[in-house]
Design a protein around this ligand. Structure first.
Ligand SMILES: Nc1ncnc2c1ncn2[C@@H]1O[C@H](COP(=O)(O)OP(=O)(O)OP(=O)(O)O)[C@@H](O)[C@H]1O
Ligand SMILES: [Mg+2]
Length: 304
């Protein structure tokens, strides 16, 4: 893995005692069991199917280094959203393991899982705002639900989050008064409200015009770097993603079929990657959802 080697620089791994003890002192050496992994998320050989007879993920492994933005790409229905739901602890793998911040998600109690999920922000494609609340109230909702902070502090925090996405001036607008791009940014402010250590984005660019898309992509990068977050972005939007992310995984048929840095992806001769980068409709990723033979479908319809 290309990123793993230098990931420690952005994370806090191996940094115990730095500056305090210039020479190695075994008394103060970090306990290897306590040193956090360079990867915030590790998906280790995970198999999963909603229906045990139809596997969606077949032994998938991903490493998401701390502080980085990693994209997951692949054809429609290949299991990207499912992977995010496994990382978010909403689903449990049938085999293999998902570790977030060193904790195996499978072994967590409901209370522990809830605590872990509070440290994650999710921006989903259809993650709509509450339509009967202003932009301000939508963001404040997070603080009111999840914290016991006094009203005056919540006001400061909400305005700070809206300011971070450039929409402090729109605080009093209702969702119906926002453009699609603005609504997405308010949803982004809401999902970063509690300063998550991990942000999961599912198709954050869908339906946005090129300018809003550029603004959103820039925001994802800025917020990731400013807040010291780690981000996973699921998107079809290859060219925009390549400009944004540090590393890309390509999925097909429930497996990782290619991976690399944006430069490696652009230069790749791998047919699957080429199909994505050149946006060709057919190639290793089939256009058709698997179904029974077309002829038998037609005859079945005629017989009905
Ligand atoms: N709740 C569910 N119950 C049963 N099957 C599901 C469920 N959610 C998704 N699936 C199936 O799992 C497969 C993977 O779905 P998933 O949503 O992970 O795909 P995706 O890669 O995110 O696709 P897209 O790019 O279109 O969003 C699909 O075949 C889908 O029909
Ligand atoms: Mg999806």
């Amino acid at each position: 893995m290309i990123l793993q080697g230098d990931a420690g620089r952005s994370g806090n791994s191996g940094n115990f005692g730095a500056g305090l003890f210039r020479r190695y002192n075994p008394r103060f050496a970090p306990d290897p069991l306590l040193v956090p992994s360079a990867n915030l998320v590790e998906v280790d050989n995970v198999t999963f199917g909603y229906d045990p007879k139809r596997l969606i993920l077949r032994g998938i492994s991903l490493s998401i280094p701390r502080g980085r933005i990693v994209a997951i790409m692949g054809g429609s229905g290949c299991g990207k959203t499912t992977t995010l739901r496994l990382i978010g602890g909403e689903l449990r793998p049938s085999k293999g393991e998902v570790r977030v911040d060193g904790q195996s998600v499978r072994g967590l109690s409901t209370a522990e899982l809830y605590a872990l999920r509070r440290k994650m922000g999710m921006l989903f494609q259809f993650g709509a705002l509450f339509t009967d609340m202003t932009a301000y109230e939508n963001v404040a909702f997070q603080f009111k639900e999840q914290t016991r902070l006094p009203e005056v502090l919540i006001r400061h925090l909400v305005l700070m989050k809206l300011n971070a996405v450039g929409l402090r001036g729109a605080a009093d607008l209702m969702p119906s008064e926002l453009s699609g791009g603005m609504a997405r940014r308010v949803a982004l402010a809401r999902s970063i409200a509690l300063d998550p250590m991990l942000m999961l984005y599912d198709e954050p660019f869908t339906g946005l015009d090129p300018i809003s898309l550029g603004v959103t992509a820039q925001l994802i990068r800025t917020l990731n770097d400013a807040l010291g977050t780690t981000s996973i972005v699921v998107t079809h939007n290859v060219l925009d993603a390549l400009a944004l992310v540090d590393y890309v995984y390509f999925m097909s048929d429930g497996k990782v079929v290619a991976e690399g840095t944006p430069d490696q992806v652009r230069d790749s001769a791998e047919p699957f990657v080429r199909q994505f980068v050149k946006a060709e409709p057919d190639g290793p990723v089939p256009f058709h959802y698997p179904g029974q033979d077309y002829r038998s479908d037609l005859f079945a319809a005629a017989a009905a």
